[in-house]
Design a protein around this ligand. Structure first.
Ligand code: TRP
Length: 450
């Protein structure tokens, strides 16, 4: 079914910033630095970079081609390219994954609102690392405040998506992304020049092979997929709004560079600061919410930088969550002809409701475990270790084995000013042979950790 007036991005810059906005998120600020810390620093970074270039970039390009070629939501896109086959259920996996990710993503994003509030009040002044750790434990396990922030965050996300692709997503990305880069650079310059930070910089950039393990490999690959928003129809959905005259290769390369650069700057802003104050970078998820506030309250001018840090967090999360919500909204609007407003409200409500359980699983529901995991951990595991890899695997197999080389070649060449035959051959090679094997390894490793 063809839609009369499908909205699209207004400019290439707008599309680029929206894609980069989706990619840059909690993954870069929260997960990347602690995974770097947990996995031996530079070695992890090295493999991360290799995977971004060799595997993720081709996969991202195939998602962009797939989306722009069909100009549909992820489910409709499969229906168009492989009519009357079960392939469309791959689209369903993506939509379910989007839903699951957003439910816990918005909980962590909500925490940042509390931390902005507390930083503005200068509430951490004079507190020790233990006290701040206790605050985090108390806050995240309480019932009402995290829920309140979670709901406010979901409402913010919904407000932007309600305005549509051009007036909501594109405008907001154009406004927020430059601001985000400016702020993270300011922060990195400040923290990386703290006395004692040099040791942390070394930890980040001097390879230490003794830390190498297979966990480093699969961890880096999984993180690269997550950080570039792959395997969940986000890139395909955004690409479906890109006009045919725009060059996709350029957009993919630039947004991958933006995302990777941002992750590296975030690591430079966070890890050396942690070293400078004698804290360990290996404390996992608490790094951003415990170690960093401790660092800030000890450093001169720390209050303002704490506010900046958590505002960065919030903006980065917001430009990602709108992309995740859009995957679902586009589906309802196009496949069921629900109005945009109704679709946004509905998906927001249902996602927020599941998020409530994620939030409570840090407190009153902490003893309620499925497969040994709390509800939050289960959602995270289901999305990151099951749905994303399975969705990505089926997706790359579809592109590799069912999509025609001519389509790929044509889409990549549009607006590029030259033929992209070599690029499309490389992409086919990667999505046919390399990416499926790599994804299966990530999938298996997720289960062995279970
Ligand atoms: N890439 C985002 C981050 O780094 C998260 C995200 C947004 C995502 N959309 C996604 C992850 C799609 C996987 C799939 O925080």
């Amino acid at each position: 079914m063809q839609h009369k007036s499908r909205e699209g991005f207004n400019s290439r810059l707008g599309a680029l910033l929206a894609i980069a906005g989706s990619a840059i998120g909690l993954g870069n600020l929260w997960k990347f630095p602690y995974m770097v810390g947990d996995n031996g620093g530079s070695i992890f970074i090295l493999f991360y970079l290799i995977f971004v270039v060799l595997i993720c970039l081709p996969v991202m390009l195939s998602e962009l081609v797939f989306g722009r070629n069909t100009q549909r939501n992820i489910f409709g896109a499969f229906r168009k390219l492989a009519p009357n086959t079960s392939w469309r259920f791959v689209g369903v996996i993506s939509i379910v994954a989007a839903f699951v990710i957003l439910s816990f993503y918005s909980v962590v994003a909500g925490w940042t609102l509390e931390y902005i509030f507390q930083s503005v009040r200068n509430a951490f002044a004079g507190q020790t690392a233990e006290q701040i750790g206790q605050f985090f434990a108390d806050f995240s396990s309480s019932t009402f405040r995290p829920l309140l922030w979670h709901i406010i965050f979901m409402a913010l996300t919904a407000c932007i998506v309600l305005f549509g692709v051009r007036r909501g997503i594109e405008r907001c990305s154009k406004l927020l992304m430059p601001l985000l880069f400016l702020l993270i650079v300011m922060l990195a310059v400040r923290t990386a020049t703290l006395p004692g930070a040099a040791e942390g910089i070394q930890f980040l950039f001097r390879p230490d092979w003794s830390k190498f393990s297979t966990q480093t490999l699969v961890g880096a690959l999984g993180q690269a997929f997550f950080s570039l928003s792959l395997g969940m129809g986000v890139m395909a959905t955004y690409a479906s709004y890109i006009p045919k005259k725009e060059p996709l290769v350029k957009t993919a390369v630039q947004s991958s560079i933006a995302d990777t650069t941002f992750a590296l700057i975030a690591a430079v802003a966070i890890v050396p600061a942690v070293f400078a104050f004698g804290l360990a970078p290996t404390q996992g998820p608490g790094l951003a919410f415990v170690a960093l506030p401790t660092v800030f309250q000890q450093m001169p001018g720390g209050t303002i930088f704490a506010v900046i840090f958590f505002v960065i967090f919030l903006l980065a999360a917001l430009t990602s969550s709108i992309s995740i919500l859009e995957v679902q909204v586009a589906y309802w609007v196009e496949e069921f002809h629900v109005g945009r407003r109704k679709a946004t409200l509905l998906t927001t409500l249902v996602t927020a409701a599941v998020g409530v359980f994620c939030s409570l699983s840090f407190g009153v529901l902490s003893d309620f475990k499925i497969l040994g995991k709390t509800f939050f951990e289960l959602m995270d595991f289901l999305a990151t270790n099951v749905l994303l890899p399975v969705g990505s695997l089926l997706f790359v197999m579809f592109v590799g084995w069912r999509m025609s080389k001519a389509t790929m070649h044509r889409e990549l060449s549009m607006g590029a000013g030259r033929k992209m035959r070599a690029v499309s051959l490389v992409i086919f090679f990667v999505v046919r042979y390399v990416a499926p094997i790599a994804i299966v390894l990530v999938l298996l490793s997720g289960f062995f950790k279970l």
